[in-house]
Design a protein around this ligand. Structure first.
Ligand SMILES: Cc1cc2nc3c(=O)[nH]c(=O)nc-3n(C[C@H](O)[C@H](O)[C@H](O)COP(=O)(O)OP(=O)(O)OC[C@H]3O[C@@H](n4cnc5c(N)ncnc54)[C@H](O)[C@@H]3O)c2cc1C
Length: 454
């Protein structure tokens, strides 16, 4: 029997397949060149076109939305994959809180993008739940709530089971940040029968097909800003040469001259950057983004259920190496009508060398076995192992050193800018990054932030 099955993403399947490729056919001079047409590149184009009068060229190596944007779990979440207390320690309270507030407020930016583009891609919003079983996890998340409260930010609801073995060990300083409930409430919130889980944090979440959203926003940009916007695909950026005021970009077989170039490549660059106006930049960014392959499997049921999202911590200690698992169920439109798609993610593979990742590789059946045997009993106890999945797909995640998205000017030459670094939760931060890039290009006095490339 084969050890792999074809990789198939439900998000890509909802995109138009009929569009002919539109590669770059001539040399171009423009104001802003954006490299990469995923959620980061398209959001950046949206806000730059909307909020400035600059001309924009968006260049994609493959097709729109076919990178991580078409291979994710599609959850809308606004947390960092790093405890907020660590960000406070590294950047100071005010700067960490300002960063968190900016990502929280991205719900409004998403609303603007949907309303003004007329995008019809389904976005569901709801309260999602995260399950924990260890005291150290709960304490980290309660500290998170405490910091958020001090910073005037929304605080997640938290319940702890009256059966939690550590109930009496919870420090008094967290009083008022959680309520004690019967274990049956924990089971109900997490939809699990696994009674190891004894605490739940609940917060604003959502889900959507980011690839379809990006395809529709791009259509709007082409229609609305036709005179100062051009999109090309099937065109790889190979070389970027920077002087004091311009970038000379080799893209496909042509040359692009731009005043700024914004990298929205998810961090995985196979182009060369040459800085003629300062210290070498070269491939340094390349080496600062570590790669992980994330695996997802999904199944479709005919009955239509309300959208929801759950995650379940699996490490006994914070920072351990068992990835948490995440599940969404959501209404899903297919040719034969509306159904429910349930997606399960969590298994990961750390890439030693990013050149080892091939987006079109098949999906390993050992990951299906891992999902069936180790994850299903927690997240879908009523589903039997061994049933066929309708979809199984993988995508590339880029982690920056600080696990915070890089948004802004390259310090060694501000002609080059970044909006990249998925860091596990990249959907909302990519949109915020697009807005921040447009503000920086407008000269808004934003001040230092946790997102500044260093
Ligand atoms: C399995 C998985 C699950 C995830 N789940 C979630 C989730 O639930 N919630 C969440 O918020 N985030 C999630 N993420 C992360 C999220 O999907 C990403 O952060 C986000 O989609 C990244 O968008 P992007 O535009 O930065 O990158 P991409 O979508 O990867 O786009 C980058 C684009 O740049 C193009 N490109 C690269 N180099 C060049 C070049 N030299 N020339 C031209 N074009 C180039 C690529 O072809 C690509 O299309 C997940 C990711 C994965 C892989």
């Amino acid at each position: 029997m084969s050890n792999t099955i074809p990789s198939r993403s439900p998000w890509i399947e909802q995109l138009r397949s009929s569009d002919a490729p539109r590669p770059l056919t001539h040399d171009v001079t423009t104001d802003v060149t954006i490299v990469g047409a995923g959620i980061a590149g398209v959001s950046t184009a949206f806000f730059v076109l909307r909020d400035t009068d600059q001309r924009v060229l968006l260049i994609e190596r493959d097709r729109v939305g076919h990178g991580a944007t078409g291979h994710n779990a599609g959850q809308l979440a606004t947390y960092f994959e790093r405890p907020l207390a660590e960000l406070v320690e590294e950047y100071g309270f005010d700067r960490a809180m300002a960063g968190q507030a900016a990502i929280d407020n991205t719900w409004d930016l998403l609303d603007i993008m949907i309303a003004e583009s007329g995008a019809t891609a389904r976005i569901d919003r709801f309260i999602g739940h995260m399950g924990m079983f260890a005291l150290n996890h709960l304490q980290v998340h309660l500290l998170h709530s405490q910091l958020r409260r001090q910073g005037g930010l929304r605080v997640s609801a938290c319940v702890v089971s009256e059966q939690a073995p550590f109930l009496d060990d919870l420090p008094e300083e967290f009083d008022g940040l959680y309520t004690v409930v019967p274990q049956s409430r924990v089971r109900e919130l997490l939809r699990t029968s696994d009674d190891r889980y004894v605490a739940v944090m609940s917060d604003q979440k959502g889900c959507g097909n980011s690839a379809l959203l990006v395809e529709q926003v791009l259509d709007h940009l082409v229609t609305t800003f036709g005179e100062r916007f051009q999109f090309v695909d099937n065109t790889a950026v190979k070389h970027i040469s920077l002087d004091r005021s311009t970038a000379t970009i080799s893209a496909g077989d042509h040359c692009v001259i731009a005043s700024r170039v914004v990298m929205c490549t998810n961090g995985f660059v196979d182009h060369v950057v040459e800085n003629l106006a300062g210290d070498e930049i070269g491939a340094s960014l390349n080496h600062r983004v570590a790669g992980t392959v994330g695996y997802m499997a999904g199944f479709v049921q005919d009955n239509v259920l309300e959208a929801n999202a759950f995650s379940y911590i699996r490490n006994a200690e914070i920072g351990g190496d068992i990835p948490y698992v995440y599940v969404t169920s959501r209404p899903f439109d297919r040719a034969s009508g509306r159904a429910t798609l349930t997606c399960i993610g969590g298994p990961e593979n750390i890439l030693e060398d990013r050149a080892d990742y091939f987006p079109n590789d098949d999906f390993p059946t050992r990951v299906i076995d891992e999902i069936d045997n180790e994850i299903l009993p927690i997240v879908q106890p009523s589903r039997a192992a061994g049933l066929k999945y309708d979809y199984a797909w993988h995508g590339l995640m880029g982690y920056t050193d600080a696990r915070v998205r890089l948004i802004g000017f390259e310090p060694r030459n501000p002609v080059l800018m970044y909006n990249l670094g998925c860091n596990g939760v990249g959907f909302m931060p990519s949109i915020y990054g697009g807005r921040r890039i447009s503000q920086l290009l407008s000269g808004d006095p934003l001040g230092p932030s946790i997102f500044d490339p260093t």
